[in-house]
Design a protein around this ligand. Structure first.
Ligand SMILES: [Zn+2]
Length: 295
């Protein structure tokens, strides 16, 4: 059984500085413009290695750089939904959250004629309604939660939690969760924002961490998904792209590793692990069924 490897690129451009950081500082916002310089470099690298990747793109970026988004699609890469202006869904009421999803869909359609089947929330933030909304809009997978490392699971709705009661697991629903981790995200390792995000790491350190995570996954999680989350405006710097190419070469040398897009992997996993069968397998993320039965 192989380990699957997905290279994912969140093409946030200016939206992350406007939405997540709420900046109105033209210099800070201009960092995002570098994303548009970096995407063609990334596309060349992917073409050279014949790898199809996943690009998560906010609607705001699709309107700012429609030609680049078209090129990403034309070169056969997956495009996933990544919000409207990199907003935190929890900052909105239900109508506002639905508006942001619809606006993101509309912009990707307008820019590249694409209707995404995958979703990654901006900064991996969620509201307690997000999964229900994703189901309503027909998404196949989400890639924002952190309940596992290399093993997918079905997302849950209606978990109950506070700081004084036992955790209450809600039911699993038919939305594949492809989990993520900040450890395998270039942003906190490399980006400098302020005293709270003081990245600027040597690429050698990140290469060591990512290599060892990959090696562990390959040895211990057969059939799993090793995914890297990268941002063109971060990974697109020369020395980091050189690191990425060294990693790609390492991954390619491992014969039991297959590159995939997030959507292709999610669809294959869902087919092989239908929700009812998966729930009966007693996966830790399916506590609603198992836990209540034991009470
Ligand atoms: Zn993002």
């Amino acid at each position: 059984m192989t380990l699957n490897c997905a290279l994912t690129f969140d093409f946030d451009a200016m939206s992350v500085w406007l939405g997540s950081y709420k900046s109105r500082n033209p210099s800070m916002i201009s960092r995002g413009e570098f994303g548009a310089i970096a995407v063609p470099r990334i596309l060349s690298l992917l073409k050279k290695h014949r790898i199809k990747a996943t690009f998560c793109i906010p609607g705001h970026t699709a309107l700012a750089y429609p030609d680049i988004v078209k090129k990403i699609d034309a070169e056969g890469h997956e495009i996933a939904h990544h919000g409207w202006v990199h907003e935190n869904p929890a900052d909105f009421d239900e109508a506002g959250e639905r508006f942001n999803i619809e606006k993101g869909l509309e912009c990707l359609k307008k820019a590249a004629g694409v209707t995404p089947k995958g979703y990654r929330s901006p900064s991996w933030d969620f509201s307690d309604r997000t999964i229900k909304i994703l189901l309503d809009y027909g998404f196949v997978y989400d890639s924002s939660l952190m309940g596992a490392d290399f093993t997918p699971y079905y997302a849950r709705i209606d978990d109950g939690f506070d700081s004084v009661s036992p955790y209450r697991f809600g039911p699993n629903v038919d939305l594949v969760e492809l989990p993520v981790t900040w450890l395998l995200d270039d942003f906190p390792h490399f980006e400098f924002v302020d005293k709270d995000t003081y990245g600027l790491s040597a690429s050698s350190k990140v290469e060591e961490i990512w290599t060892d995570e990959f090696t562990y996954a390959r040895k211990n999680v057969k059939g799993g998904l090793f995914s890297l989350t990268m941002h063109p405006q971060v990974i697109g710097r020369g020395h980091r792209l050189m690191m990425l190419e060294r990693l790609i070469n390492k991954f390619k040398r491992a014969r039991d590793v297959k590159f995939t897009t997030m959507l292709a992997y999610a669809q294959g996993w869902r087919k092989a692990n239908p929700l009812d069968k998966w729930k009966a397998s007693g996966a830790p993320q399916a506590q609603s069924a198992c836990g209540r039965d034991r009470l």
